[in-house]
Write a protein that binds this ligand. Structure first.
Ligand code: ZN
Length: 263
């Protein structure tokens, strides 16, 4: 290895199957080996068909998502593996997959939808920054998706530049506050709003919304961090109510007319 270079030069992308075992996911075994979450360190852990995973397996992700590391306790000793990964998941909203489609008929009962979505526990959803509902493409969007007029390369180059600028803003802010971390996502604690330079009117608005939507403190802080990031992406110094309103839309919501029960 050359100086300053590691074995891995590209961010890892791991996609374990929904039948993954406990030790294959978080690590362990008779002779301990790192699991998928550590193999995804500094990269992406993608869980497709997230509602097909065993709920107790999914809940194993809660502690590593908080600590960016996993501690495996053995009989006489414990072992800690790094696990700083970005969790990305995809799931159908119900068994038949149609319940969010405006022009389709969902064949699932309310109970079945509830059972299906309850496989993602409240505490796990609480630790996810962004959830987005996606419906099938319209005829027009389908056509656009193969249109030659949109150049995907220049589009992603443009996005990459926007993200790089946004990162720069966050790094400078962290340096200014003499923090060891560099990124909105890693900032927590009682000085969160001061460090992220979010005005009182905005934190108050977010708190009122959090109370109305029954959000946890963790979710409230996530909303503030996401609102800060949205403002950074727009190179906007002031985090306004519109940024909070957009961030609130990324919290997990039950399909219309339903709510979590018996979770
Ligand atoms: Zn359905």
């Amino acid at each position: 290895l050359r100086e300053g270079e590691g074995l891995i030069s590209r961010r890892p992308f791991r996609k374990p199957h929904h039948t993954v075992s406990r030790s294959a996911l978080i690590g362990g075994g008779a002779i301990p080996v790192p699991g998928e979450i550590s193999l995804a360190h500094q990269g992406v852990l993608f869980l497709d068909e997230m509602t097909e995973f065993q709920p107790d397996i999914l809940d194993l992700l809660r502690q590593p998502l908080e600590d960016q590391a996993v501690r495996l306790v053995r009989l006489r000793h414990s072992i800690t593996y790094p696990a700083d990964f970005m969790l990305v998941g995809a799931a159908n909203p119900c068994r038949c997959g149609e319940c969010l489609e405006p022009n389709a008929v969902c064949r699932c009962s309310d109970d079945s939808i509830r059972q299906h979505l309850n496989r993602l526990s409240g505490p796990l959803l609480d630790r996810i920054d962004l959830t987005v509902e996606m419906t099938r493409l319209t005829a027009e969007e389908m056509q656009q998706s193969v249109s030659v007029q949109i150049n995907p390369v220049s589009l992603s180059q443009e996005m990459a530049m926007q993200i790089r600028d946004c990162w720069g803003i966050q790094q400078r802010r962290c340096q200014h506050h003499r923090l060891a971390v560099s990124g909105n996502a890693r900032i927590s604690g009682p000085a969160l709003a001061v460090i992220l330079e979010i005005p009182d009117a905005t934190t108050a608005f977010a708190a009122q919304a959090a109370a109305r939507f029954n959000l946890s403190v963790r979710s409230y802080q996530k909303v503030l961090r996401v609102a800060r990031t949205i403002a950074d992406l727009e190179s906007c110094h002031r985090v306004g109510l519109d940024h909070v309103a957009e961030a609130l839309q990324y919290r997990f919501r039950w399909p219309e007319g339903m709510e979590r029960r018996g979770a």
